[in-house]
Design a protein around this ligand. Structure first.
Ligand code: KIV
Ligand code: NA
Length: 258
């Protein structure tokens, strides 16, 4: 990581209370470059690439090699945004492995890394942050545990669950995270956690559809935003283009033109 990467992570952290932070996923050079040129604050090379780029049923099939391949492509296209490399399942089972994985993602061009989980991940976060690598947390619904969970469920519905997510978020902050992604946490709990933290929360699926922001920022999977993966659109997504329809139209036009 460079001084520049640390400055970028600090700049994201400092946006809390100033304005809404924009984060989107990208998995390749052109998308990374387009998002950067469009002014995204942060670009996440998410392990969601397993589904929306590689055709797997969930993120549990993604390997570190896949993440490195896509992270380096995105990083080549990005100048200004914070590039975050997602740490895939079983690439951070121990603090030592977590640091090796984080270093590899930084070597591929990421400015920061992201890992899933709360209280039980703080030692790993400390280890990575201690090496000078910015870490983004991820709490609430944890897609890498979708099989154990039996699906994608809203989190924080019971007081015990809400308290556990808040406790985890505070522990991640204490361990040195620059920001925390909150996924599918019910709006009232996302608001409570956002108010309790000094670092920004970046939400996905944490508000009533098209309703008021409950977090300090918002993250979206790029295929959901541009409509390029029509076979599955999460209920909380707002497609703002129909890229799949445009591809189909252009290819049909090409086929009939030649
Ligand atoms: O992999 C991903 O796209 C993510 C976001 C949903 C936060 O982790
Ligand atoms: Na992810």
């Amino acid at each position: 990581m460079s001084v520049n990467s640390l400055q970028k992570a600090e700049a994201i952290r400092a946006l809390k209370g100033e304005r809404t932070i924009s984060m989107l996923t990208a998995y390749d050079y052109p998308t990374g470059r387009l998002l950067d040129e469009a002014g995204a604050d942060a670009i996440l090379v998410g392990d969601s690439l397993g589904m929306v780029m590689l055709g797997f049923p969930d993120t549990t099939h993604v390997t570190l090699d896949m993440m490195l391949h896509h992270t380096s492509a995105v990083a080549r296209g990005v100048t200004n945004a914070l590039v975050i490399g997602d740490m895939p399942i079983h690439s951070y089972d121990t603090p030592k492995q977590a640091l090796i994985t984080a270093s590899a993602l930084i070597g591929a061009g990421a400015d920061a890394v992201k890992l899933e989980g709360g209280v039980n991940q703080v030692e790993k976060v400390r280890c990575i942050v201690g090496a000078g690598i910015p870490v983004i947390g991820h709490h609430g619904m944890l897609p890498q545990r979708v099989i154990e969970e039996g699906g994608y469920k809203k989190k924080g519905k019971t007081e015990a669950e809400a308290d556990a997510i808040l406790e985890g978020a505070l522990a991640l902050q204490e361990a040195g995270c620059s920001a925390i992604v909150l996924e599918s946490v019910i709006p009232a709990v996302a608001e409570r956690i956002t108010a309790a933290l000094e670092i920004p929360t970046i939400g996905i699926g944490c508000k009533a559809k098209d309703d008021q922001q409950t977090c300090d920022g918002e993250v979206a999977v790029i295929t959901d935003v541009v409509g390029s993966y029509p076979w599955f659109v999460p209920p909380f997504a707002t497609p703002r283009a129909d890229v799949a329809g445009e591809i189909t139209r252009a290819v049909r036009e090409y086929i009939s033109a030649i």
